[in-house]
Design a protein around this ligand. Sequence first.
Ligand code: 5GP
Ligand code: ZN
Length: 126
Amino acid sequence: MTDSAPPSAAADSCLFCRIARGEIPSRRVYEDEDLIVFHDIHPAAPVHLLVVPKRHIESLITAALEDRELMGKMLLLAPRLAREQGAADGFRLVINNGPGGGQEVFHLHCHVLGGPRPWRQMSTGR
Ligand code: 5GP
Ligand code: ZN
């Protein structure tokens, strides 16, 4: 999808597209032209952020070679935001892909988890 293309039917109703467009509120910690980052509504750890591309990509299963720069940007942003949000000594990155991978929101996102234990077990989507 180019910037000028209208949103697809999927993007129209997609939860994270709606959050990215500001139609649904979120606790944002970062935004640029490609990405938004906000707190997970049901945190599994003291720090639980979602790094989300603004463009609707369903998962890594449907991501394409042209998305590689965006993927790299998502990964490289995680350490900085984890540290800024209080995960001082490291963090875990989780990407659930497809129903079999426990994905519940079908818009690609990285979970950034950190902070003192205990952590809640993340949903497996089952
Ligand atoms: P998945 O299982 O798809 O990898 O993760 C989806 C995540 O989105 C879950 O951790 C869930 O708590 C979070 N989530 C679902 N709905 C909302 C919402 O409306 N706002 C925010 N901030 N997070 C949400
Ligand atoms: Zn979407």
